[in-house]
Design a protein around this ligand. Structure first.
Ligand SMILES: Cc1cc2nc3c(=O)[nH]c(=O)nc-3n(C[C@H](O)[C@H](O)[C@H](O)COP(=O)(O)OP(=O)(O)OC[C@H]3O[C@@H](n4cnc5c(N)ncnc54)[C@H](O)[C@@H]3O)c2cc1C
Length: 397
């Protein structure tokens, strides 16, 4: 998705000869398997600004990009328990200051917004009426198709095998179909970027982690329809859900992550234990989810950085080379703005859609990792063997 979005925006800004190289098929990896939640609640304002800049692209997709990306503004709840009330109040106030449409709702109002939820009385949520979800495959391919209409050459089935440099400048890439000359190269290939960067002495410190989701037939009392119920991140139980089409619901876990032994390993549809755990956690809110028929499930790779925020901007020491990797589990919702920002940086020398300097790949070497006032891990529902993969707060999309 990130590469397709960058190609689209480069062509939109009039850059000639944009070439999108994809070794498989567009949307074949993380982006096609994304939970595709679209929301703006982040504890870090730099990230929130990117998500906020991306939202109009989803909302106005038919006019801005063309076609249908399946975006549904279901409304979104970022829901916490008493441990995190103060954090939620703090973050929500800051988000409102930067223009996010959000407000705090107490448990009574949560119950009015989503009557299917079982509540304890300890809940507080930030409600975002503009947020929801999109169709991850339609969105990703939609960007690639629109880029093609604007002049990008989309080459699927072509793998980049190396970066060509002379001195401290990029010259292009080697591919399995031959060399390509290019004065500007953007790497937007997640974890796989590390192998291409290492011969240049650049180590982006990406950790490959596997994440997955499950789709179930939607049980009552969740309402039917593509926007039949809210999109919810339930921090207390470490799970999230959203509608999927008219009669299914997508379920995921915030605190269940598996390391990837081999990056290209094709796993089965679901890891053992995932279905049981996600049902247990989600059914605490909606009891009917405990035995709702499973329709299917899938997973994909996450490229996680040390501070769990993306690397976006010029690669250190190689003029003409840019990075857009390390999406850390949240790249889907941000990709439209990431594409715009990077294209602006390349064309105009400065990103204007949102500030991206905080995401510069050199920030770790400069001792300036990104942070925010983060939420607690769920009380349970954390894979006990894998706490080390989660950081202090867990990873959630
Ligand atoms: C189960 C799951 C749920 C998620 N839920 C959400 C969510 O709700 N909201 C959200 O915002 N984000 C979510 N994410 C994260 C989000 O999907 C990713 O951050 C985003 O899709 C990353 O996009 P990308 O373009 O960087 O990676 P990818 O989609 O993986 O694209 C990288 C592409 O590079 C190609 N490639 C690799 N190496 C080469 C090479 N050498 N030459 C040519 N091509 C190459 C690959 O084939 C791949 O297609 C989720 C991810 C998963 C797996």
């Amino acid at each position: 998705m990130v590469g397709s979005a960058i190609a689209f925006h480069l062509s939109r800004l009039g850059v000639p000869d944009v070439l999108l190289l994809e070794r498989g098929e567009v949307a074949g990896r993380a982006s096609g398997r994304s939970g595709a939640l679209v929301r703006t609640h982040y504890p870090n304002l730099d990230e929130a600004r990117i998500a906020l800049a991306a939202l109009p692209w989803f909302e106005e997709w038919p006019d801005r990009v063309g076609g249908d990306c399946g975006f549904r503004a279901t409304g979104f709840l970022q829901m916490v328990d008493g441990r995190d009330h103060a954090t939620l109040r703090h973050n929500t106030a800051l988000l409102r200051d930067i223009g996010v449409t959000t407000r705090l709702v107490d448990h009574a109002e949560i119950g009015e917004l989503e009557p299917a939820l079982r509540l304890t009385g300890d809940e507080l949520a930030a409600y975002e009426p503009r947020s929801g979800y999109a169709d991850p495959v339609a969105t990703t391919r939609g960007f690639a198709r629109a880029a093609g209409r604007l002049g990008t050459q989309v080459a699927e089935g072509v793998a980049v095998t190396g970066l060509r440099t002379q001195g401290d400048r990029i010259l292009g890439v080697h591919t399995d179909a031959g060399p390509v000359d290019a004065p500007t190269v953007v790497l937007a290939n997640g974890n796989w970027s590390a192998a291409l960067l290492s011969p240049l002495g650049i180590a982006p410190e990406l950790t490959p982690i596997w994440a997955q989701v499950m789709f179930v037939a939607r049980p009552a009392p969740l309402r039917p329809g593509p926007a039949g119920h809210l999109t919810i991140i339930d921090r207390a139980n470490g799970c999230y859900l959203r509608p999927d089409g008219p009669d299914r619901t997508l379920l995921g876990l915030s605190a269940y992550r598996r390391p990837m032994a081999e990056l290209d390993e094709e796993r089965g549809p679901e890891e053992p234990g995932f279905a049981e755990l996600v049902r247990r956690q989600a059914s605490r809110r909606i009891p009917g989810l405990s035995d709702a028929p499973r329709v299917h499930g899938h997973g994909g790779p996450l490229d996680v950085t040390t501070d769990r925020r993306m690397l976006l901007g010029p690669a250190p020491g190689v003029a003409g080379l840019f990075l857009a990797v390390g999406m850390s589990g949240g790249g889907f919702k941000k990709a439209p703005a990431i594409g715009a920002c990077l294209a602006e940086l390349i064309v105009d020398g400065k990103a204007t859609s949102a500030p991206i300097d905080p995401f510069r790949p050199t920030r770790f070497a400069e001792g300036q990792p990104l942070s925010g006032l983060e939420y607690s891990l769920p009380a349970d529902g954390v894979d006990p063997d894998r706490r080390d993969l989660l950081g202090e707060q867990g990873l959630i999309h």
